[in-house]
Design a protein around this ligand. Sequence first.
Ligand code: DPP
Ligand code: ZN
Length: 878
Amino acid sequence: SSVVYRSDYKAPDYRIESVNLVFDLDPQTSTVFNTMKVSPLGAQPIELVLDADGLELVSIYENGVQLPQKRYSLTDKSLTVHGIDKPVTLTIVNKFHPLANTLLSGIYISNGNFMSQCESQGFRRITYFPDHPDILTHFHVEIRADKEKYPVLLSNGNLVRRDELENGRHLAVWDDPSLKPCYLFALVAGNFVKREEKIKLANGKDCLLQVWVEPQNKDRTAHTLESIKKAIRWDEQRWGLEYDLERFMLVATDDFNFGAMENKGLNIFNTRYVLASPQIATDLDYFNIESVVGHEYFHNWTGDRVTLRDWFQLTLKEGLTVFRDQEFSRDMLGKAAAIKRIMDVRFLRSRQFPEDAGPMAHPVRPESYREINNFYTTTVYEKGAEIYRMLQTLLGREKFKEGLRLYLERNDGRAATCEDFINAMAQASERDLGQFFRWYGQAGTPRVTVKSFWDPEAHTYTLVASQSTPETPGQTDKKPFLIPLAVGLLDPSGKDIPLQLEDETEPAGTTRVLELRDAENEWTFVNIDAKPIPSLLRDFSAPVILNYPYCRSELAFLARHDSDPFNRWDAMNRLMLEALNDMVDAIETGARPSVDQDLLAAFEQMLTDERLAPAFRAISLTLPDEQLIGERRTLIDPEAIRSAREELRSVIGRRYSSVLLKIAENYQTPGEYSPDAESAGKRALKNLAFSYLLAGGNPKALLALRSQFEQANNLTDQLSALTSIVNSASPAKLDMLVDAARKWNGVPVLINKWLTVQASAIAQPGEVPVLSRVRELMASGAFNIANPNSVYALILAFCNNAPEFHRPDGSGYRFWLEMIQKLCKVNAFIAARIARVMDNWRRYTPERARQMHDALKLADSLPNLPTGVREVLDKALG
Ligand code: DPP
Ligand code: ZN
């Protein structure tokens, strides 16, 4: 199958002035009457290529007259109308099949309701249309359906009319006054109830907010509505951006490929990012819902009003909107703001860095793809977000805001490119951003190595930073990036030193953003009376791997004193990583692992520092995940990594049992449940203490957690108790799992958590392999292979349970192959996602790598592989 290149882009030679869609909905076979006004832009007659996927053409008319056969050609993938030489009205009638649509792209059925998903290329599964983001038009939509089964009929824009029809059917007409590409089209028809509120926007206009869910979920929508209001206010206050339609609607569905979708005025959400109540959502769920609601709402400007010229520009909306939602969540956290940056960087390092170092490595703006759905990646999203953050750091908040406003103003109602964005930023800041633009085009994580020199006689301190970026597929010769390197210097008492560079007349602040532009640059600070300890890359000012030869006592010093909370966390994290790395070394050579004393001292210090916010202590005292530990290894042995990590957890649990028990007691959150940041922080610290105690085999903690599981008034505490006990040696786990299944039955978001706890379990010596349990669960009513959340909750969670997935007997790899085979028949997008778990097979111990390679080969030889799956496998095999 063919490769699409960014360089192949051609501007359209026609306009679609408007499209009028009439839907006659039926789950088996629905009919669309699609009327488009088409105007050629030049003097030459045009060939109008309309995309199609799985459609049945019924008839086609031009200006009301049936189009003769010779005027069009039809293939599986397109309908081409020849020789249009003046403005015409085309009417196309076609059919499609919602019930048979298990790809969940186009219009499909979820729990008996009609639902749509068009990004990236789903609209062509609904009707014949130029399915490209640069074709913007006015949509007018009429939906007809059975009134009893589908009382609610929604589409984008404003509701124009509702009416009754014969045979128990009814209709609704929606008109979207904005210009949009078809990937932002949405249609929903079904049995839903709403929570709504009318608010006033900053410009004084009224706006109706609605959250639509299936009837059983009505009481789980208050947090969603609050989140929408917060997002609207924040966008008004922080960026001066207002909403433009009379209503903003959000609909929830259980069956959804993405987390959510920003369709104009009618966002569609996966239920996991909508539904919240103390019984069905954890603190983290509440937090994530607010963030995803924000993300999709913020797309209204960065994505919808200003959309994309082509799919290669995806980061122009996704990276930018992730940056905006990260800033939103940080602002909403108040005093606990620091943990948002830490969470984001932790995710970037354990998910995006490996992608950037593996066979799927691609620039934030890719040059080619076979299946665009494979490029909704952590690189495009999260590394993309870092690009916008770096710009804000380099230009300052004011100039960045000016640049963003200029970009939006200039491109409103247009399909833009990354160049359009950078040009607006360059103009607003009067800076040349040519070198900075390389961040969009060069893949791979840059290494920044810093050396320092203190001159006691001259009282100067010099930092020398160099950069290099490893090769990635198709890119061997990397040019230097412009890297903002935020630094501070700590004096021997741990205080920030006012920073003055040698060519300056006075100090300016205690954090300076140095600009690393060349292969190597240096900076000299003056008036440095004692040897400082550098705090480098503060707030993680660039997505790079920083090398500086810190000794462990310096890391412990930074963990204790750094005024930059991110670096304080990072110092602790590095200490943990180094200690764990030593332990893995020992285990791999058959020696007894010993625990680093500097680490334990720093750990205890932070554990008992009551001045620190509980949320910050909890995140700082959590050990790095197995993935991150593996990243540092030459070859990955998942068993050794888990043993080391569990050994450290158990040592901590035993050594600090009395402090941990005290914390577990002092940080209870009695009274009514509230997901606010402070209470959530307390719960996080308490539950972390419990998990260490349990790892250390503490019997008191076990009893306390059992009663917490039974009596807690919130899911955070219940789930945390269950997870800790399932991962312990306690035989109580079996009863508790049965109990949980009984309590959580019938609520998909809860059943999925129940599946994940088991798929991610840490198997104890003598227990059956986790895979046996996963297979049982797959055969049970709790699992549904057609539902993406279910697949992620059970199958993906198991594949990420590294020591179990990578068991030396190869059982995990055989399971993976079976799943690929099954999923290819149901949902090729989800199959491609599962395929990616084998990406980094070369990084594993030789026997594992060989078996992974064999499994990849077998998968690659399967007949009728979907393009997206083939793309992933071919790249992995290289
Ligand atoms: N729904 C996905 C997102 O918002 C794709 N646009 O990121
Ligand atoms: Zn998005």
